[in-house]
Every structure is written in structure tokens, then in C-alpha cells.
Write a protein that binds this ligand. Structure first.
Ligand code: FAD
Ligand code: NAP
Length: 536
């Protein structure tokens, strides 16, 4: 039995950092809101991804909300990069501190969203039978929230346990005395492998594609790191919006990798390698992401580090990425990843050479071998950027349908709205720089933009906003043009949809940088929402 709520202004789908901030911001502006969350708690990414080793790859002093100066002064991060538990604790603190839970209905998945032109209302339905109507709907459903396990034949026959990193059991998993197989060496695999290896009897890593990983150099938070940051927090938050990745404090590079001597270049890479972190490394030179020859110097530097660390030569070579320029896939940060392959209880299985054929009752069978396993871990990623939206039946009575709209890849205006779908907003949608940035900053920027837009509509007695076909098409074209100026499209990554068989190969994030993008969003708003149609 469903029920209908009256006088609701905005329905928000998702209670990760984006949904939570949307509740807070809109409530403060006098809008009535209601959020639905599939999980039984807040936190999104940090609620679901409880695998061992899960932590952020952006320093916590940056990867945190900026909307409340007192919050940022009060909170103490115990480590340079917060782990999953610490970040989840922080997000729960934010939910309590700002009393956000009272507007969230947990354990409820939104199944459909339908727009009716005459009433100007979205009707939201859930798997619990709720039917809720509101003029505006915000999809805060996440870019990496739809875990995907590959359809390898035989999984149902496996008599051991299997887990996906993105849906990890709340009580944790004990690998003691277990023979474990892990499939996938993206960020989730690389973070969990050292910890699983330290506990399991034996770990087999099934690697299809080698990835670049840099040392995080995580450490306990020091006063020397925390105090100066907190003393200049407001300035740093503001400065972050003037940077490509939304992270302040890294002086931008001034030289090409090709205009310095080999010795000077390697000394610069070495200093960045010792410092830890990916932004710092990618900021070594101006052209690492735009010039293949320049990029090769950085890729070679890291390959040489792998060779120097991993003792077995064949394993070292298999771990050296050779199919994409460094940085064109999400650059991974690790703690003792390559070192882990020197352990006697860890084997790398190169499934590029010896592909997996099937899963049997007792383990994984490749073309040439059988691996007996008690546990299989899928670190195989997500139906990224479009997956969560496409799982909801989003339609309008005028015939628009998200499945048809995005069948050849996503089309949006600014990654915030779509032509044909009035009053439907996305937070860090495709064709925005969200996933290429410090994402809490991008979530805040989007929510602030949406909030300003709703206030503008309210003050101007408008009720309806939708991008024109032309502005959407121009944005998609611009997005592709910007990507084509870079090396990004050279990688088979989830940015391209390459990890999901049958998904259209389209480069989805906006890679012109947070600074350029925010300026564009602000200009659009200042010009009275240029590229949109506003009506009563
Ligand atoms: P999410 O956190 O994904 O939240 C979306 C929520 O919507 C989820 O709780 C989901 O259950 C809910 N939902 C989805 N569909 C429905 C539905 N139909 N009905 C009801 N609820 C629904 N970014 C960084 O910038 N730095 C990092 O270090 C970093 N580390 C990451 C580590 C991991 C393991 C992963 C997976 C991602 C990481 N990211 C990182 C990206 C991260 O997703 C974002 O930083 C941020 O947490 C996204 O917040 P969100 O609210 O937009 O989405
Ligand atoms: P991912 O980057 O998409 O990696 C998935 C891995 O699984 C890849 O190695 C992929 O190999 C492999 N794989 C997929 N299907 C396979 C198949 N059928 N057979 C064999 N191997 C298969 O996913 P992820 O590691 O979960 O990370 C996703 C994103 O989440 C990251 O890029 C990052 O943005 C975010 N994240 C961040 C952190 C962090 O450090 N803070 C941690 C985790 C996740 P191929 O490359 O060959 O497809």
C-alpha cells in the first residue's frame, strides 16, 4: 500500500554526501524535502564499500564538507587519508549534527520517477510501495553505486563464499586459513590485496589489466599537517574551485616533461613519489595528460619502480601497465601493494594470457589451471556514472525515457539536467567533472547551483526548468572535444564504459577541469539560466 505526501517541494534520491548536503541546503532555504535511501544508513560509498583497506585517495582535510566552518574546525581526522570507518563516522556525525535523518526514509529503493506535464509533478515510486509527488526531483544516486560482478559461467555452483567489494558484509570477512581468489586490480582490488594477503593462507590475484599505482604514504595526522591547514581553511576551500581537480595546495606545474634533462625529470618524479598522492605526481609537469611522449616518461618512471620492488621478474613485468598512459585511468594510491607480491602466500595469475574459463564448485578454472578456493572476492567495479540512474524507470508523459535517451551514451547539459526531463536534477552527473575531482567539493557545487536555481524559480514565479535540445547537444559536443584534446580516451576505463560488456563506449566525465566548469555554471546562472527554458 502506498501513501502520498502533500506539499513536498523536492524528492531526493540517495543519502550519500550529495543527498545529505542537498537535504541540509534546501531545508535551510525553506523547501520541504524528502529523501529515499536504499541502504539502512547514510554515507553512500562509505556505507557500502567496507572491504579491508578501503580509504580515500584524496587527503581527508580536503575530502570533507566545506559548507560549515565550525564543522571543519571541530572535526579531527586521525590519518592523512581517512579510512572507510573514519569517513563513515564523519558522515554519520554530519547527519546527526544537522539533524538530517528525519527527512530520510532508509531501506527504500526508488524504482520509478514519472513526470506529468499538466500537473508539473514528478511521481516517485519505491520498492516499499510509497508513491510521492513533488515538483522537483534530485538524483543523488552516485556515480560508483551500482556494483557489477562479471557473468563468468558457473558462479552459482561455487560452494565457497563470494563477495563484491562494493557490497561488503557489515561484520567484515575473516580470511584466516582461507584460500582466496580476487578478481580485479582497480583501486578496490589494489587497496584490499595487501590486507587480504596478510590474513589469508593463500591469495591468488586474477589480473586482466595492470594498473598504475602510487604510494599513498598514509600516516597518522600530525599537528604540522593539520594546524596550518585549519588556519587557512576558508582560503583553501575557495582556492580549490580555481584548480582542475578541486584540490588546493599544489602549485601548478610550469614546465613540460620534455624540456628538462632526464636527470632533472627523474629527480622531480622521485620527490613526488616520496611525497605520496596522485595530484602531486600528475602536477610534476604541464603536459603529462596531453602529450603521449611526455606521459611516457612518467609511465616509465613508475614501471621502473615496479621492477625495482617486485623480486620475481615475470610477476614484475605482468604488473607493469602497458595498455594506457599513466593518469588516463583513475590513478590508484596504495599501501604496500607491489611489495605484497614478494610474499610467499601470494600469486599473480595473468588472465590476459590464461583467461578464466569458468567458476566451478571448488574454485576458478583458467584455460590451463584449476585454482582451489574457499573465497572469491570480486573487485570488478561498477556500472559507473549511468548505472544508478538507468536502474530507475525515469519517464515523462511526453514520451521521454532514460533508457532510450541514454542508449548510445549519456547526454546532459552541464551534467546537471537533461533535455526532455523538466525539473529533474543530477548531482555530479555524466559530462560534469565530478568523478575527476575531489567529489565532496563537486557535490557541494552542484547542490549549491541547484539550490540557487530553485530559489530563482520561486522568486520569479516559475515552476518549470528544462535545458533546450540545442544547449544539451552543444554541451555534449564540447565535452567530447575537450576529452579529445587529452590522452584520456586512449584508456579502456570506466570513464569510457569499457568495463561493462555491451555498454556504449563514450567518454563520460568533463575533463576541462573544475575551475573552467564552475565558471561556466556560474555564467549560465548569472545570464538567467542560459540554455534552459523556464516557464510557469
Ligand atoms: P554515493 O556515495 O554513491 O551515494 C549514492 C546513494 O544513493 C547510495 O547510498 C545508494 O544506496 C543510493 N541510491 C542509489 N540509487 C538509489 C535508488 N534507486 N533508491 C534509493 N537509493 C539509491 N571520491 C573522491 O573524491 N575521493 C576518494 O578518495 C574517493 N574514494 C572512493 C572510494 C571508493 C571505494 C568508491 C567506490 C568511490 C570513491 N570516491 C572517491 C567517489 C565517491 O563515490 C564520492 O567521493 C562520493 O562519496 C559520492 O557521493 P554521492 O552522494 O554522490 O554518491
Ligand atoms: P575498476 O577500477 O573498474 O576496476 C575493476 C577491475 O576489475 C579491473 O581490474 C578490471 O579489469 C577487473 N574486471 C572487471 N571485469 C572483469 C572480468 N570479467 N574479468 C576479469 N577482470 C575483470 O573498479 P574499482 O577498483 O572498484 O574502482 C572504481 C572507482 O572507484 C575507482 O576508479 C575510483 O574512482 C573509486 N575508488 C576509489 C578508491 C580510493 O582509493 N579512494 C578505492 C576504490 C574505488 P580490466 O581493467 O581489464 O577491465
Amino acid at each position: 500500500m502506498g501513501h502520498q505526501e502533500k506539499n513536498l517541494d523536492v524528492v531526493i534520491v540517495g543519502a550519500g554526501v550529495a543527498g545529505l548536503y542537498a537535504i541540509h541546503k534546501l531545508r535551510g532555504l525553506g523547501f520541504s524535502v524528502k529523501a529515499f535511501e536504499a541502504g539502512d544508513g547514510v554515507g553512500g560509498t562509505w556505507y557500502w564499500n567496507r572491504y579491508p583497506g578501503c580509504r580515500c585517495d584524496v587527503e581527508s582535510l580536503e575530502y570533507s564538507f566545506s559548507f560549515d566552518p565550525e564543522l571543519e574546525q571541530d572535526w579531527h581526522w586521525p590519518e592523512r587519508y581517512g579510512n572507510q570507518g573514519e569517513i563513515l563516522e564523519y558522515v554519520n556525525h554530519v547527519a546527526d549534527r544537522f539533524d538530517l535523518r528525519r527527512d530520510i526514509q532508509f531501506e527504500t529503493r526508488v524504482t520509478s520517477a514519472q513526470f506529468d506535464d499538466e500537473s508539473g509533478l514528478w511521481t516517485i515510486e519505491t520498492d516499499k510501495g510509497d508513491v510521492v509527488k513533488a515538483p522537483y526531483c534530485i538524483m543523488a544516486t552516485g556515480n560508483l553505486s551500482t556494483p557489477r560482478k562479471p557473468s563468468i559461467p558457473g558462479i552459482d555452483n561455487f560452494e565457497g563464499d563470494w563477495f563484491h567489494t562494493g557490497q561488503w558484509p557489515h561484520g567484515g570477512v575473516d580470511f584466516t586459513n582461507k584460500r582466496v581468489g580476487i578478481i580485479g586490480t582497480g583501486s578496490s582490488g589494489v587497496q584490499s590485496i595487501p590486507l587480504i594477503a596478510s590474513q589469508a593462507k593463500h591469495l591468488f590475484v586474477f589480473q586482466r589489466t595492470a594498473n598504475f599505482s602510487l604510494p599513498a604514504r598514509n600516516e597518522p595526522m600530525t599537528d604540522a599537517r593539520e594546524q596550518p591547514h585549519k588556519a587557512t581553511y576558508r582560503d583553501r576551500r575557495k582556492a580549490a574551485y580555481d584548480t582542475p581537480f578541486g584540490i588546493a595546495g599544489y602549485p601548478p606545474p610550469t614546465k613540460s616533461a620534455l624540456e628538462v634533462s632526464e636527470d632533472e625529470r627523474n629527480a622531480i618524479f622521485e620527490a613526488k613519489w616520496q611525497e605520496g598522492g596522485s595530484i602531486s605526481f600528475l602536477y610534476s609537469f604541464t603536459d603529462l595528460l596531453t602529450n603521449k611522449e611526455a606521459n611516457d616518461t612518467a609511465s616509465d618512471f613508475v614501471r621502473n619502480k615496479i621492477r625495482a620492488t617486485v623480486k620475481d621478474e615475470e610477476t614484475a613485468e605482468a604488473l607493469c601497465p602497458n595498455d594506457h598512459p599513466i593518469g588516463t585511468k583513475r590513478l590508484i594510491l596504495d599501501t604496500n601493494y607491489y611489495e605484497t607480491y614478494n610474499r610467499s602466500n601470494v600469486d599473480l595469475v595473468n588472465i590476459r594470457k590464461d583467461p578464466i574459463q569458468k567458476i566451478t564448485s571448488t574454485g576458478i578454472e583458467t584455460q590451463t589451471q584449476e585454482y582451489d578456493l574457499d573465497v572469491i572476492v570480486f573487485a570488478t567495479g561498477f556500472d559507473a556514472m549511468t548505472g544508478a540512474m538507468k536502474e530507475i524507470d525515469i519517464r515523462t508523459d511526453a514520451g521521454a525515457d532514460i533508457q532510450k535517451k541514454w542508449q548510445d551514451g549519456p547526454a546532459t547539459y552541464l551534467g546537471i539536467m537533461m533535455a526532455d526531463f523538466p525539473n529533474l536534477f543530477m548531482v555530479t552527473g555524466p559530462q560534469s567533472p565530478g568523478v575527476k575531482s575531489q567529489m565532496i567539493l563537486s557535490c557541494e557545487q552542484h547542490v549549491n547551483w541547484i539550490a540557487d536555481c530553485l530559489v530563482h524559480l520561486r522568486n520569479s514565479n516559475y515552476r518549470r526548468i528544462v535545458p533546450t535540445q540545442e544547449s544539451e547537444q552543444d554541451w555534449v559536443t564540447h565535452n567530447n572535444w575537450v576529452a579529445d584534446q587529452t590522452l584520456y580516451p586512449l584508456a579502456n576505463s570506466w570513464y569510457m564504459g569499457s568495463n561493462i560488456p555491451g555498454k556504449p563506449r563514450v567518454f563520460m566525465p568533463y575533463v576541462g577541469g573544475v575551475h573552467t566548469y564552475k565558471k561556466k555554471c556560474d555564467e549560465v546562472a548569472a545570464a538567467g539560466y542560459e540554455g534552459f527554458e523556464l516557464s510557469a
